[in-house]
Design a protein around this ligand. Structure first.
Ligand SMILES: *[C@@H]1O[C@H](CO)[C@@H](O)[C@H](O)[C@H]1NC(C)=O
Ligand SMILES: *[C@@H]1O[C@H](CO)[C@@H](O)[C@H](O)[C@H]1NC(C)=O
Length: 260
Protein backbone atom coordinates (compact mmCIF):
# COMPACT_ATOMS: atom_id res chain seq x y z
CA UNK A 1 0.00 0.00 0.00
CA UNK A 2 1.45 3.33 -1.00
CA UNK A 3 1.20 6.48 1.04
CA UNK A 4 -1.28 7.87 -1.50
CA UNK A 5 -3.60 4.92 -0.99
CA UNK A 6 -3.62 5.46 2.76
CA UNK A 7 -4.29 9.15 2.31
CA UNK A 8 -7.15 8.50 -0.13
CA UNK A 9 -8.76 5.85 2.07
CA UNK A 10 -8.83 8.31 4.96
CA UNK A 11 -9.83 11.45 3.12
CA UNK A 12 -12.73 10.14 1.06
CA UNK A 13 -14.91 9.42 4.11
CA UNK A 14 -13.83 12.80 5.49
CA UNK A 15 -14.94 14.53 2.30
CA UNK A 16 -18.30 12.74 2.37
CA UNK A 17 -18.82 13.70 5.99
CA UNK A 18 -18.02 17.35 5.29
CA UNK A 19 -20.34 17.37 2.31
CA UNK A 20 -23.25 15.96 4.29
CA UNK A 21 -22.62 18.49 7.07
CA UNK A 22 -22.79 21.35 4.57
CA UNK A 23 -25.99 19.89 3.10
CA UNK A 24 -27.52 19.57 6.56
CA UNK A 25 -26.65 23.16 7.37
CA UNK A 26 -28.36 24.26 4.17
CA UNK A 27 -31.47 22.17 4.75
CA UNK A 28 -31.96 23.10 8.42
CA UNK A 29 -31.17 26.79 8.84
CA UNK A 30 -29.64 27.34 12.23
CA UNK A 31 -31.97 28.49 15.00
CA UNK A 32 -30.26 31.82 15.31
CA UNK A 33 -31.09 33.05 11.80
CA UNK A 34 -33.50 35.95 11.63
CA UNK A 35 -36.89 34.74 10.24
CA UNK A 36 -38.16 36.16 6.96
CA UNK A 37 -40.14 39.36 7.47
CA UNK A 38 -38.48 40.14 10.79
CA UNK A 39 -35.78 42.52 11.94
CA UNK A 40 -33.40 41.15 14.56
CA UNK A 41 -31.33 43.66 16.48
CA UNK A 42 -28.73 42.63 19.02
CA UNK A 43 -29.11 44.84 22.05
CA UNK A 44 -26.41 44.98 24.70
CA UNK A 45 -28.87 46.29 27.29
CA UNK A 46 -31.19 43.37 26.68
CA UNK A 47 -28.40 40.76 26.60
CA UNK A 48 -30.13 39.22 23.61
CA UNK A 49 -32.10 39.90 20.47
CA UNK A 50 -34.87 42.39 19.85
CA UNK A 51 -36.95 40.64 17.16
CA UNK A 52 -39.60 42.72 15.38
CA UNK A 53 -41.96 41.02 12.93
CA UNK A 54 -44.80 43.57 13.07
CA UNK A 55 -46.91 44.32 9.96
CA UNK A 56 -45.34 41.44 8.01
CA UNK A 57 -48.50 39.68 6.78
CA UNK A 58 -47.42 36.55 8.67
CA UNK A 59 -50.07 33.81 8.67
CA UNK A 60 -48.26 31.80 11.30
CA UNK A 61 -45.62 32.22 13.96
CA UNK A 62 -42.15 31.64 12.40
CA UNK A 63 -41.15 28.13 13.53
CA UNK A 64 -37.43 28.77 14.00
CA UNK A 65 -36.96 31.88 16.07
CA UNK A 66 -33.50 32.85 17.33
CA UNK A 67 -32.99 31.14 20.69
CA UNK A 68 -31.60 34.32 22.27
CA UNK A 69 -34.72 36.39 21.54
CA UNK A 70 -35.62 38.66 24.46
CA UNK A 71 -38.31 40.82 22.86
CA UNK A 72 -40.60 39.38 20.23
CA UNK A 73 -43.12 41.55 18.42
CA UNK A 74 -45.54 39.70 16.19
CA UNK A 75 -48.30 42.33 16.27
CA UNK A 76 -50.38 43.36 13.23
CA UNK A 77 -50.18 40.08 11.33
CA UNK A 78 -52.69 37.40 10.31
CA UNK A 79 -51.65 34.76 12.84
CA UNK A 80 -54.63 32.49 13.54
CA UNK A 81 -53.19 30.03 16.07
CA UNK A 82 -50.46 29.52 18.63
CA UNK A 83 -49.26 25.93 18.14
CA UNK A 84 -48.35 23.95 21.25
CA UNK A 85 -44.80 24.61 22.48
CA UNK A 86 -43.98 26.93 19.56
CA UNK A 87 -41.91 29.18 21.85
CA UNK A 88 -40.15 26.34 23.69
CA UNK A 89 -36.42 26.89 23.49
CA UNK A 90 -36.62 30.69 23.74
CA UNK A 91 -35.04 30.54 27.15
CA UNK A 92 -34.68 34.28 27.75
CA UNK A 93 -37.87 35.59 26.14
CA UNK A 94 -39.26 38.41 28.27
CA UNK A 95 -41.88 40.16 26.14
CA UNK A 96 -44.20 38.68 23.58
CA UNK A 97 -46.53 40.90 21.60
CA UNK A 98 -49.22 39.01 19.68
CA UNK A 99 -51.72 41.88 19.54
CA UNK A 100 -53.73 42.68 16.39
CA UNK A 101 -53.81 39.14 15.00
CA UNK A 102 -56.54 36.57 14.31
CA UNK A 103 -56.00 34.14 17.19
CA UNK A 104 -59.23 32.37 18.19
CA UNK A 105 -58.28 29.86 20.87
CA UNK A 106 -55.31 29.04 23.11
CA UNK A 107 -54.41 25.51 24.08
CA UNK A 108 -52.86 24.43 27.37
CA UNK A 109 -49.29 24.23 26.01
CA UNK A 110 -49.38 27.43 23.89
CA UNK A 111 -46.81 29.14 26.11
CA UNK A 112 -45.03 26.02 27.35
CA UNK A 113 -41.33 26.52 28.01
CA UNK A 114 -41.42 30.29 28.50
CA UNK A 115 -43.51 30.45 31.69
CA UNK A 116 -40.60 31.26 33.96
CA UNK A 117 -39.00 34.09 31.98
CA UNK A 118 -41.92 35.82 30.25
CA UNK A 119 -42.90 39.08 31.92
CA UNK A 120 -45.32 40.60 29.44
CA UNK A 121 -47.77 38.93 27.07
CA UNK A 122 -49.99 41.07 24.86
CA UNK A 123 -52.92 39.16 23.33
CA UNK A 124 -55.21 42.16 22.87
CA UNK A 125 -57.16 42.82 19.64
CA UNK A 126 -57.49 39.21 18.54
CA UNK A 127 -60.52 36.92 18.03
CA UNK A 128 -60.09 34.88 21.16
CA UNK A 129 -63.36 33.40 22.43
CA UNK A 130 -61.95 30.62 24.60
CA UNK A 131 -58.75 29.41 26.20
CA UNK A 132 -57.83 26.15 27.89
CA UNK A 133 -58.39 26.49 31.62
CA UNK A 134 -54.65 26.10 32.27
CA UNK A 135 -53.39 28.15 29.31
CA UNK A 136 -52.22 30.94 31.64
CA UNK A 137 -51.93 29.06 34.91
CA UNK A 138 -48.16 28.64 34.96
CA UNK A 139 -47.36 32.07 33.50
CA UNK A 140 -45.84 34.68 35.75
CA UNK A 141 -46.25 37.34 33.08
CA UNK A 142 -48.67 40.24 33.06
CA UNK A 143 -51.22 39.21 30.45
CA UNK A 144 -53.13 41.74 28.35
CA UNK A 145 -56.33 40.29 26.92
CA UNK A 146 -58.68 43.18 26.18
CA UNK A 147 -60.58 43.55 22.89
CA UNK A 148 -61.34 39.91 22.22
CA UNK A 149 -64.83 38.42 21.67
CA UNK A 150 -64.76 36.37 24.88
CA UNK A 151 -67.30 33.66 25.59
CA UNK A 152 -67.84 33.84 29.34
CA UNK A 153 -68.23 30.39 30.82
CA UNK A 154 -66.79 28.18 33.52
CA UNK A 155 -63.58 27.44 31.59
CA UNK A 156 -62.84 31.13 31.14
CA UNK A 157 -63.52 31.72 34.81
CA UNK A 158 -60.99 29.03 35.68
CA UNK A 159 -58.43 30.40 33.21
CA UNK A 160 -58.75 33.96 34.53
CA UNK A 161 -58.52 32.93 38.16
CA UNK A 162 -55.32 31.05 37.30
CA UNK A 163 -53.58 34.24 36.13
CA UNK A 164 -51.06 35.90 38.39
CA UNK A 165 -52.41 39.39 37.68
CA UNK A 166 -55.94 38.24 37.13
CA UNK A 167 -57.75 41.27 38.47
CA UNK A 168 -56.43 43.72 35.92
CA UNK A 169 -56.84 41.25 33.07
CA UNK A 170 -60.32 40.16 34.14
CA UNK A 171 -61.44 43.77 34.45
CA UNK A 172 -60.85 44.21 30.74
CA UNK A 173 -62.48 40.99 29.59
CA UNK A 174 -65.89 41.80 28.11
CA UNK A 175 -68.28 38.93 27.50
CA UNK A 176 -69.29 38.86 23.85
CA UNK A 177 -71.43 35.84 24.60
CA UNK A 178 -72.19 33.93 27.74
CA UNK A 179 -73.96 30.94 29.21
CA UNK A 180 -76.28 33.42 30.90
CA UNK A 181 -77.91 35.88 28.51
CA UNK A 182 -77.84 38.91 30.80
CA UNK A 183 -74.04 38.90 30.95
CA UNK A 184 -73.39 39.67 27.31
CA UNK A 185 -71.51 42.91 26.86
CA UNK A 186 -70.64 43.08 30.55
CA UNK A 187 -67.13 42.95 32.02
CA UNK A 188 -66.26 39.49 33.23
CA UNK A 189 -65.62 40.76 36.74
CA UNK A 190 -69.15 42.17 36.96
CA UNK A 191 -70.48 38.66 36.46
CA UNK A 192 -71.24 37.78 40.03
CA UNK A 193 -72.55 34.30 39.30
CA UNK A 194 -70.12 31.47 39.84
CA UNK A 195 -70.36 29.98 36.35
CA UNK A 196 -68.61 26.78 37.42
CA UNK A 197 -70.98 26.23 40.32
CA UNK A 198 -73.84 26.80 37.93
CA UNK A 199 -72.64 23.96 35.75
CA UNK A 200 -71.93 21.87 38.83
CA UNK A 201 -75.38 22.50 40.23
CA UNK A 202 -76.96 21.32 36.98
CA UNK A 203 -74.98 18.08 37.08
CA UNK A 204 -75.80 17.73 40.78
CA UNK A 205 -79.53 17.92 40.01
CA UNK A 206 -79.18 15.38 37.22
CA UNK A 207 -77.31 13.10 39.61
CA UNK A 208 -79.97 13.50 42.29
CA UNK A 209 -82.78 12.65 39.88
CA UNK A 210 -80.90 9.60 38.60
CA UNK A 211 -80.17 8.42 42.14
CA UNK A 212 -83.80 8.90 43.13
CA UNK A 213 -84.85 6.84 40.11
CA UNK A 214 -82.54 4.01 41.11
CA UNK A 215 -83.69 4.18 44.69
CA UNK A 216 -87.35 3.97 43.67
CA UNK A 217 -86.58 0.95 41.48
CA UNK A 218 -84.73 -0.84 44.28
CA UNK A 219 -87.53 -0.12 46.77
CA UNK A 220 -90.25 -1.37 44.42
CA UNK A 221 -88.24 -4.50 43.72
CA UNK A 222 -87.80 -5.17 47.44
CA UNK A 223 -91.53 -4.64 48.06
CA UNK A 224 -92.37 -6.97 45.16
CA UNK A 225 -89.87 -9.56 46.41
CA UNK A 226 -91.21 -9.49 49.97
CA UNK A 227 -94.83 -9.79 48.75
CA UNK A 228 -93.91 -12.69 46.50
CA UNK A 229 -92.09 -14.46 49.33
CA UNK A 230 -94.98 -13.92 51.73
CA UNK A 231 -97.23 -15.60 49.21
CA UNK A 232 -94.77 -18.47 48.80
CA UNK A 233 -94.38 -18.88 52.56
CA UNK A 234 -98.14 -18.91 53.05
CA UNK A 235 -98.55 -21.52 50.35
CA UNK A 236 -95.75 -23.58 51.79
CA UNK A 237 -97.35 -23.42 55.24
CA UNK A 238 -100.72 -24.43 53.88
CA UNK A 239 -99.06 -27.32 52.16
CA UNK A 240 -97.38 -28.37 55.40
CA UNK A 241 -100.66 -28.09 57.28
CA UNK A 242 -102.41 -30.18 54.68
CA UNK A 243 -99.91 -33.03 55.14
CA UNK A 244 -101.16 -35.94 57.19
CA UNK A 245 -99.96 -35.26 60.75
CA UNK A 246 -97.26 -37.51 62.10
CA UNK A 247 -95.15 -37.45 65.22
CA UNK A 248 -92.70 -34.56 65.04
CA UNK A 249 -89.37 -34.05 66.67
CA UNK A 250 -89.39 -31.05 69.02
CA UNK A 251 -86.89 -29.04 66.96
CA UNK A 252 -89.01 -29.41 63.78
CA UNK A 253 -91.99 -28.05 65.65
CA UNK A 254 -89.82 -25.13 66.74
CA UNK A 255 -88.85 -24.44 63.13
CA UNK A 256 -92.41 -24.22 61.98
CA UNK A 257 -93.38 -21.97 64.82
CA UNK A 258 -90.55 -19.62 63.87
CA UNK A 259 -91.74 -19.52 60.30
CA UNK A 260 -95.23 -18.67 61.44
C1 LIG B 1 -36.61 46.91 19.23
O1 LIG B 1 -36.51 47.18 17.84
C2 LIG B 1 -37.52 48.02 17.31
C3 LIG B 1 -37.29 48.21 15.82
O2 LIG B 1 -36.97 47.03 15.20
C4 LIG B 1 -37.50 49.37 18.03
O3 LIG B 1 -38.56 50.17 17.56
C5 LIG B 1 -37.64 49.15 19.52
O4 LIG B 1 -37.52 50.38 20.20
C6 LIG B 1 -36.59 48.19 20.01
N1 LIG B 1 -36.82 47.95 21.43
C7 LIG B 1 -35.86 48.01 22.35
C8 LIG B 1 -36.29 47.79 23.74
O5 LIG B 1 -34.71 48.23 22.06
C1 LIG C 1 -47.92 45.57 21.41
O1 LIG C 1 -47.98 46.15 20.14
C2 LIG C 1 -49.04 47.09 19.99
C3 LIG C 1 -49.04 47.51 18.53
O2 LIG C 1 -47.81 48.03 18.13
C4 LIG C 1 -48.81 48.24 20.94
O3 LIG C 1 -49.87 49.16 20.80
C5 LIG C 1 -48.79 47.70 22.36
O4 LIG C 1 -48.51 48.72 23.27
C6 LIG C 1 -47.75 46.62 22.48
N1 LIG C 1 -47.87 46.01 23.78
C7 LIG C 1 -46.97 46.16 24.76
C8 LIG C 1 -47.28 45.48 26.03
O5 LIG C 1 -45.96 46.80 24.62
Amino acid sequence: MTLLDVWLSRSIPMCLLLQSLVLMALCFPSASMCPKGCICLRDSHLHGLNVTCSHSRLKEIPPSLPIDTVLLRLDHNHIGAVPDQIFRGLRILRELNLSYNAIEHLEEAAFAGIEATLQLLDLSHNRITSVHKDAFSRLKARVIVNDNPWHCDCTLQQAISGMAHNHEAAARVLCRSSELLDQEGRPFLAVDTDLCNLAKRTTDYAMLVTMFGWFAMVISYVVYYVRQNQEDARRHLEYLKSLPSKPKKPDEADDISTVV
